[in-house]
Design a protein around this ligand. Structure first.
Ligand SMILES: [Fe+2]
Ligand SMILES: [Fe+2]
Length: 141
């Protein structure tokens, strides 16, 4: 079983965004595999970095789409994105510091996985889902 599996219930009804969310799930699964697999630090670092970069890319894309349609809730939504970026970047820094000092990074990596899954699912279901009607009313789906 995958660590995080995309299903229809996560669809926000906008194809472009769903595709990006699917990619996010895929990268999160890769991180999971890198952590619970052989835990090769170099591979894990690259996967972690890739996920951080993609999260930023997806958020800026989503924010661009919201701005285009004058979505009224854009500010609190952006604040939530910023919050996640700060947390995930901090985790990444903490992880790198642990590896650099030779400390065991396993515990921290597992904490990241729990945090990431909860956050991603909650954000899609509670925050992303809210813009659905606004986009649909403008013919974007
Ligand atoms: Fe979002
Ligand atoms: Fe999103």
């Amino acid at each position: 079983m995958a660590y995080i599996e995309w299903s229809k219930e996560y669809s926000v009804g906008i194809q472009e965004i769903d595709e990006q969310h699917k990619k996010l799930f895929q990268l999160a699964n890769e991180l999971y595999n890198a952590i619970v697999g052989n835990h090769n630090e170099a591979g894990l670092k690259k996967t972690f970095q890739g996920l951080v970069d993609y999260v930023k890319e997806h958020f800026s894309h989503e924010e661009g789409m919201m701005a285009k349609v004058n979505y009224p809730e854009i500010e609190p939504h952006q604040a939530k994105h910023r919050e996640l970026i700060t947390k995930i970047v901090n985790y990444f820094k903490e992880y790198q510091a642990k590896v650099a000092s030779g400390a065991d990074s396993k515990h921290l990596s597992k904490e990241v996985l729990v945090f990431l899954r909860n956050w991603v699912l909650q954000h899609i279901m509670e925050t992303d889902m809210k813009y659905r009607g606004h986009f649909h009313a403008r013919g974007i789906n």
